[in-house]
Write a protein that binds this ligand. Structure first.
Ligand SMILES: C[S@@+](CC[C@H](N)C(=O)[O-])C[C@H]1O[C@@H](n2cnc3c(N)ncnc32)[C@H](O)[C@@H]1O
Length: 219
C-alpha cells in the first residue's frame, strides 16, 4: 500500500480507489468498476492519456536489437488492458498482463492482445522468472493506496539487462511516498540508469500530471 491519506479527484471511482482500506477492498472496487472503467476514463473531463503515452515512450526507447514485435513485455497492473491495447496498436505481439482484480483481467482478456493474463499482488514477490522480460510497463498503479515503491526492485529482477521499465507516478507522491528515493537507490546500486522522470499529462482532462519514469536496466 502506498499510503492511507484520502485524496479527492473529480471521479468518484478514483476517490474510492485512492482511499481503499486494503487489498480486498481494492480488488472489489476494481471488480465492480471494470465494466465501465474505459468509458469513464475516456470522458473529456478525464482524458486518461497515460496508457497511450506509455506505449509511445516504450517505442521511443527500444533499440534496433529490441524490435517491438519480438520482445516480451510485462504489463504490471494491466487493468482492463489500455496499455496492452496501445502497445499492440504500435506492433507489440508478446505482452503478458498481471493484476489484482479478476474483473479487470476479464476485460483485458476481451481485447485479445495479451498472451497471458494472471492475478497477482504487486506488493509481494512476483511469480515471474528473473531476467525474463524486455520491458515492464506499470501505468496508473504506483499510486495512492495501491502499490508502493518496493515493487521497483522486483521489476528490475524480472527485466533482462538492457531492458526497460516504464511507469507512471503521480507528481504529488513521487517524492513524499518514496518512489524517487527508491529510484535513486537503484541508480546508486548500478541496477538501473534513470533515463527520464519528466512530468507530463496523465488524466489530461482533469489537469492531473504524473512522472513518466523510464529506467534502463543495467544490473
Ligand atoms: C488505475 S488502474 C490502472 C490500470 C491500467 N494500467 C491502466 O492504465 O488503465 C490500477 C490497477 O492496479 C491494480 N492493482 C491495485 N493494487 C494492486 C496490487 N497490489 N497488485 C496488482 N495490481 C494491483 C488494480 O486492480 C487496477 O487494475
Amino acid at each position: 500500500m502506498a499510503e492511507k491519506k484520502p485524496v479527492t479527484t473529480n471521479i468518484e471511482w478514483l476517490n474510492r480507489a485512492y482511499s481503499a482500506k486494503g487489498l480486498t477492498d481494492l480488488r472489489s472496487l476494481y471488480d465492480e468498476w471494470a465494466a465501465s472503467y474505459d468509458t469513464d476514463l475516456v470522458q473529456p473531463n478525464q482524458d486518461y492519456v497515460a496508457p497511450t503515452l506509455c506505449a509511445a515512450t516504450v517505442a521511443k526507447y527500444l533499440t534496433p536489437s529490441q524490435p517491438l514485435d519480438k520482445i516480451k513485455i510485462l504489463d504490471a497492473g494491466c487493468g482492463t488492458g489500455l496499455v496492452g491495447g496501445a502497445l499492440a496498436k504500435l506492433g507489440a505481439k508478446h505482452i503478458d498482463g498481471i493484476d489484482l482484480s479478476p474483473g479487470m483481467l476479464k476485460q483485458a482478456g476481451n481485447l485479445r492482445v495479451y498472451e497471458k493474463l494472471d492475478t497477482c499482488d504487486l506488493s509481494k514477490p512476483l511469480e515471474v522468472e528473473s531476467d525474463s522480460v524486455d520491458v515492464v510497463t506499470c501505468i496508473g498503479t504506483l499510486t495512492h493506496a495501491h502499490v508502493g515503491p518496493e515493487v521497483l526492485s522486483e521489476f528490475v529482477r524480472v527485466t533482462k539487462k538492457d531492458g526497460w521499465i516504464v511507469a507512471t507516478v503521480l507528481d504529488d507522491i513521487w517524492e513524499p511516498v518514496g518512489y524517487r528515493a527508491e529510484v535513486d537507490k537503484l541508480v546508486r546500486e548500478k541496477k538501473v540508469e534513470l533515463v527520464s522522470a519528466d512530468s507530463g499529462d496523465y488524466r489530461r482532462g482533469a489537469g492531473v500530471s504524473a512522472r513518466m519514469v523510464v529506467m534502463k536496466v543495467i544490473k
